[in-house]
Design a protein around this ligand. Structure first.
Ligand code: PEP
Ligand code: MN
Length: 337
């Protein structure tokens, strides 16, 4: 239920309304827009009626939130969410560029790539230390040692850090080293993990599941937000289709669709989306033209010897060129880098 308070309703009124809703067994979230309080009451609505709530003092209207996702919806929260991470303001006018290797492989690799992506204009460094690999025999990541290296490499270059958390037990550890907790595509519907990151106050980047609909993706964001963490960004990283000439099918339709349905920032990952080095830049350009708030891109100085995803990693000079192009495209769509 979405409750709009009257303009000029006092804080005491707002707090009374919220108390009554809580007494009816509902979880209550508030946002302010155009000087007015908007309250989302979620849960089992059987103890209250819309007409009743609309008649309470200070209440202008009580209406049904039209979608199954509530806190993630623009209906509840009309203005864009902006998440501040290091020098980046994700969701603001400036496009956020995150870049780095698929996996952290060692000190020299991480420092070389961090310096290159920072110079090109990235503000967030990516790098996996716990890797979700299809094969149990493939490189699984350096674990905590990898996180330490990633943090040092990012700090040395003024970058924030994003890294994937694969299970609930890693949330504390990842929170110590990373500025953004990445939930991988394979974990988009791992509800205990969503619950756990929802209890932190760390920004979370939620990747779209391999075969998930937009609604399922937004419902997963809702799981995080329902626990109190509103700092969620969404990442389109390609979905499974019948197409085999690319690794995945980057669903750029999702960008304008999600931007209308939700206030959360949308990041696009063209690296996993297409999976082929020389197709990453065109899809990155298209993502910004489509209205994405940012990009996350795999970059490696020696991709032929990368321990994961070398075939889709850009060389630093290609990344540099791409960021220059993104600057031009951003301007056309009223953004900047
Ligand atoms: C990654 O970003 O390294 C990754 C494993 O991505 P995804 O979860 O989208 O496959
Ligand atoms: Mn990868």
């Amino acid at each position: 239920m979405l409750i709009l308070l009257k303009p000029g309703a006092t804080e005491v009124t707002a707090s009374d309304v919220m108390t009554h809703l809580r007494m009816a067994g509902l979880a209550v979230h508030r946002t302010d827009h155009d000087g007015r309080a908007r309250i989302a009451a979620v849960g089992d609505l059987s103890a209250v009626t819309f007409d009743d709530v609309a008649s309470w003092p200070g209440v202008e209207s009580a209406q049904k939130l039209p979608r199954p996702f509530k806190l993630a919806s623009r209906a509840f929260h009309p203005h864009d969410t902006i998440i501040s991470v290091g020098r980046a303001m994700v969701g603001a006018q400036a496009i956020t560029i995150m870049a780095g290797p698929c996996s952290v492989e060692g000190e020299e690799q991480a420092f070389t790539i961090a310096a290159a992506v920072a110079k090109a204009g990235a503000t967030v460094m990516r790098g996996g230390a716990y890797k979700p690999r299809t094969s149990p025999y493939a490189f699984q990541g350096l674990g905590e040692e990898g996180l330490k290296i990633l943090r040092r490499a990012a700090d040395a270059n003024g970058l924030a850090v994003i890294s994937e958390v694969m299970d609930t037990q890693q949330v504390g550890l990842l929170s110590r080293y990373a500025d953004i907790l990445q939930i991988g595509a394979r974990n988009m519907q791992n509800y205990s993990l969503l619950h756990e990151v929802g209890l932190t106050r760390k920004p979370v980047m939620l990747k779209r599941g391999l075969s998930s609909t937009i609604e399922e993706w937004l419902m997963s964001a809702e799981h995080i937000m329902a626990q109190g963490n509103q700092q969620v960004m969404l990442c389109e990283r390609g979905i499974r289709t019948f197409e085999t000439y690319t690794r995945n099918t980057l669903d750029l339709n999702a960008v304008p669709v999600v931007k209308e349905l939700s206030h959360l920032p949308v990041i696009v990952d063209p690296s996993h989306g297409v999976g082929i080095r020389d197709k990453v830049a065109p899809m990155a350009r298209a993502a910004i033209a489509a209205g994405a708030d940012g990009l996350i891109i795999e970059v490696h100085h020696d991709p032929d010897h990368a321990l994961s995803d070398g075939a889709q990693s850009l060389y630093p000079h290609q990344f540099d060129e791409l960021v220059a192009q993104i600057r031009t495209i951003a301007e056309v769509v009223g953004r900047c880098v």
